[in-house]
Design a protein around this ligand. Sequence first.
Ligand code: AMP
Length: 507
Amino acid sequence: MHGLMQYHPLLISGLIEHAAREHGDIEIVSRTVEGPIHRTTWAGIAARSAQVANVLARLGVGPGERVATLAWNGYRHLELLFGVSGAGVVLHTVNPRLFPEQIEYIIDHAANRYVFFDLTFAGLVASLAPKLPSVRGYVALCRREDLPQTATPIPNLLCYEDLVAAEATRCAWPPLDERTASSLCYTSGTTGNPKGVLYTHRSTVLHAMAACTVDGMGLSALHSLLLATPMFHVNGWGAPYAAAMCGAKLVLPGAQLDGASTYQLLKDEAVTMTLGVPTIWLALTGYVNARGLDPQRDLKLRRVLIGGSAAPAAQVEEFERKFDARVIHAWGMTETSPLGTTCTPKATHRNDSLEERVALQAKQGRPPYGVELKIAGEDGAGLARDGRSSGHLLIRGHWVASAYFGGNGSPLLDPDGYFDTGDIANLDHEGYLRITDRSKDVIKSGGEWISSIDIENIAMGHPAIAMAACIGMKHPKWDERPIIAVVKKPGTELSRDELIAFYEGKT
Ligand code: AMP
């Protein structure tokens, strides 16, 4: 017997309508590629998202077709995020940092109809256009007076602000099936061509709900969120949808992610929470240290979500000590929307000291409701949750991919519906995940696996080291041994022997 509760499809248009209705006055602040800071609100974004949907209809882009963006985090990109998907069209956020040949490959593979681009990418678009037969036109995200003049003219060049201005600020959002495709991100993966992960409205909304839970990302209406993760990296880790859901203020940094620019935005916009990869935070802390700044006096930052690669312990500690901010280490991937785990404390950690908090954040955390993890040995059998038994990390859940877009049909999931992440990890008795390696990077030494991440993290703990990379080298006796390559901080001295001595007692 079915229950008697209402059924409404989970749709991205519902998120932006909710944002306009319930927290329409909350600000969206963008550093534009043209230079100035731009201010709007969730109500403003909602109105312009409706205009975007109307633009697509006028351009003849139909349901299920794909349009691409080559853009930084800014209000226009945010409008496209809601307007394109809301209209039943698929938003393909292209990573402009890929090689031009890869960008050509994925725009062609996705058969994109239009490419919306920031002025920064005008040259790239002009050079790629002759090789992109599926694209009918290119929309510059700017006003008419700022339209780009490239050496080779961009064919069928349109002006975003002109297109938007011609449309009504309301639209009839289509009542889509919640499993309709909403957005598309390609992941470079380990081998072969990039692969497309095709999200659904349902997976996106459920993921946003998880992000808004206290132990998910902990995003709420109390936060001013600096989105340092680009929207072309797994839709900005899904945070824009989550912010629309809970009514957080969004701060979008555009193309400038250097330490000085980030610090300025954190300060001016009273940012309380931010998320991004460790490299961004290295730039920020480097700037703070070089200038002798006092973040506790200048900033309101309390929560820093770090993911994309392992958060170095030294970085976690620096945020605690210098910023009085809690780091939440997170793990995920393009195929998992990306939220797989967040390292939020359980009650057993309530009274943890600073040292214990830093030690806990060496782990990638635990899964929210909605995804399940499994660690499998070489024979596929599940391994013990003892914090030591490392194996292949498998995941399944509401926002995990089931196949690649336009893939060759080979099954992506095992018979139980799990996706093999390609990561090597263990789980402890409390369910905290610890990633020890990518399966392709793992160093097999004398029959044991050595974690390249651990070796890198120890080096990163040395005060003279800015960056570290560990790789396996063939060895006649041990099969493989780890070697570490490091970049020293400017003005520091460190010899090979001093670094090796630093490892004493730490492995
Ligand atoms: P991508 O699909 O480009 O986001 O890459 C996903 C991969 O990044 C994962 O499979 C991991 O290998 C790595 N990764 C993401 N977050 C972390 C983390 N917190 N610690 C270690 N590796 C991570």
